[in-house]
Design a protein around this ligand. Structure first.
Ligand code: NAP
Length: 298
């Protein structure tokens, strides 16, 4: 059976995920396909339940379904539970018959389990680990407290940062994320801020991560970082936004002498982790990156 996979979300717009996954299937010589599956909220349960019968090995999940699919799963990974969102569904198939003939029969003779996982946190970590950036004992500032911030905060907590500051426009959401992370990592010191400028004079942050959509196309002239605010010397500045590939936030950081990390590498790495869960194979990340970058520019 071919590796049939895809992406569910609403609306899907111009996603680069089909291009990068289909490029990986082609590069590995696998019979596989990654479809864009736009599905409205009221139809998501029916679509998810139909995945096994339609031959899917799994799907990625994006806005606004990442929480909505959780109760539809038979099983959830520790990461999906801790982050509170599923971005990857894996369809596990088990033969329910002792008869070898029946076991090799069509899907009607099997039962399936829908497993929900989250690869965003692994995707976030991949470029940091690739550049040898050690998180243990470091101090990080998180801009935003939405869905991606939860995955980033989980990753930072799992890798042992010692201080985490959360800035968010809406105070309640920053407080909610701080509370959530405190339960995951009791030893971590957490600060919350809602007022700009960020309190960089008090904290020599080693890492600053933008998880807000500020600066994303078509509002590429915007930045979450005030123009008159200096960057902490030596900080690594990471923007999850990948459209444009180099945001104004990253250009500000570069001009201040900081090292920077754009969001495209995370997008590719979270996709590669999902690909491996579906196929058991390591996809060529350079091929996926090139395909994603080409799709972004097209
Ligand atoms: P989300 O759940 O909607 O959260 C958005 C966050 O940004 C919230 O904290 C929100 O604050 C804040 N925000 C939104 N507009 C703002 C504004 N104008 N000024 C200040 N804060 C603002 O979204 P998400 O899923 O976390 O995604 C956020 C961004 O990350 C998107 O650009 C997305 O493309 C990107 N992303 C990238 C990757 C990747 O692989 N590179 C993965 C996931 C997400 P309030 O609480 O005040 O509303």
């Amino acid at each position: 059976m071919p590796f049939q996979t895809g992406l569910i979300g609403w609306p899907l717009g111009h996603s680069v995920s089909p291009a990068m996954h289909n490029a990986a299937f082609a590069a590995l010589g696998l019979e596989g396909r990654y479809d864009a599956l736009p599905v409205a909220p009221e139809e998501v349960a029916a679509l998810v339940h139909s995945l096994p019968m339609r031959g899917y090995r799994g799907v990625n999940v994006t806005i606004p379904h990442k929480q909505a699919v959780m109760p539809l799963m038979d099983d959830l990974s520790d990461a999906a539970r801790a982050i509170g969102a599923v971005n990857t569904v894996i369809v596990e198939r088990f033969s329910k018959s002792l008869s070898a003939e029946a076991a090799s029969n069509d899907l009607g003779n099997r039962f399936t389990v829908l497993c929900g996982d989250n690869t965003d946190w692994l995707g976030f970590l991949h470029p940091l680990e690739a550049r040898g950036f050690e998180l243990a004992g470091k101090s990080a500032l998180l801009l935003g407290a939405g869905g991606s911030a939860r995955a980033v905060a989980y990753a930072l907590a799992m890798r042992g940062v010692s201080q985490l500051a959360i800035w968010n426009r809406t105070p309640d959401r920053a407080a909610e994320l701080a509370h959530h992370v405190a339960a995951l990592a009791p030893a971590l010191t957490i600060h919350q801020f809602t007022n700009s400028p960020f309190p960089i004079s008090h904290f020599p942050f080693d890492l600053i991560v933008n998880t807000t959509p500020v600066g994303m196309w078509p509002n590429a002239d915007a930045s979450p970082w005030p123009d008159d605010l200096p960057f902490p010397p030596g900080a690594l500045v990471y923007d999850l936004v990948y459209r444009p590939e180099e945001t104004r936030f990253l250009r500000q950081a570069t001009a201040a002498g900081c090292a920077t990390q754009g969001g495209l590498a995370m997008l590719v790495a979270q996709g590669a982790a999902a690909f491996e869960m579906w196929t058991g194979l390591n996809p060529p990340m350079d091929v996926m990156l090139a395909a994603a970058a080409a799709a972004l520019r097209s």
